[in-house]
Design a protein around this ligand. Sequence first.
Ligand code: PLP
Length: 356
Amino acid sequence: MLNIRKERTSTPKVKPDYSNLGFGKYFTDHMFLMNYSTEKGWHDPRIVPYAPLELEPSAMVFHYAQEMFEGMKAYKTPDGGVQLFRPMKNIERMANTNDRLCIPQIPNEDVLQAITETVLFDEDWIPTTVGTSLYIRPFIIATDPMLGVHPSHTYIFCIILSPVAAYYAEGINPVKIFIEREYVRAVKGGTGYAKVGGNYAASLKGQEKANALGYSQVLWLDGINRKYIDEVGAMNVFFVIGDEVITPALDEGNILPGVTRASCIELLKSWGVKVSERRLSVDELYEAYDKGELKEAFGTGTAAVISPIGSLDDETKKAVINDGKIGAISQRLYDTLTGIQWGTVADPFGWTVKIK
Ligand SMILES: *Cc1c(COP(=O)(O)O)cnc(C)c1O
């Protein structure tokens, strides 16, 4: 149990227009901070006015990217309550990421307490317009002021909050995807399963290339065989082939274990849909397409929830999926998941956690 010191801002900001939030552009009045040192462990948990962090230019995070982050949301329910969606899944994943990056662990219940108290401190920032939520961004950075390569002895754990609209301004319209054959995002033995900034830095080049060619996202292939599908952009990916829903398996360690991914698998199973977590090659995908069996494709992630894929192109081949329209399974998953998250659809799985 943390004893969190709280300091309220004397200069609250003017709230943004909740009907035009975009994603990750506005931040609330406060943030959570906690420090780590070898001598004291994690200490001085506090909620303070949102402000720049002061760091040495030599701080290790700037040079060797010892950094992790998480992403989740808080929702206002119709009865005025506040809820989180499967927060322990994020917190358990955070522990796995910390382990991979040699970042000292924080007890799971302390992380949940920090998230809960920070969200409730800025409760008046949770937007209520349809499709909006309060995005929660916990992250840890290494702060030792020195240039030797080693795990830092000091860290800052920070949580910032951002009122957000739906991720895609256009709504859930299917997007054009480019199959990336040159650059890879993750390899077996690497950090693909961990939520770390370095993975994103390494993905920018492929993303820029796809954008320049007129696509909105990249389909990443595995780094060893260069033929099995990993993820789409910064989302997990699903394909509906015949009556089977397929998503890449997690066992190679190069795929981020998404909370949305896990929830889609559980929902589909509960509906009696056949779901397989297995390897899927681009060749198998195009074969299914040629036979008319590739019915739907979509990405999953907290930010966008479900992002339907309208087309999937290689340098040589093109596949237009479901006429470029959102499919029935994608739509049903989106409606059910967002309904549970906003508290307008029953939650038979006990996924939501009321914090107020
Ligand atoms: C965060 C993330 C996802 C989605 O995970 P969710 O828990 O569903 O938000 C998928 N892929 C990558 C690379 C990610 O960073």
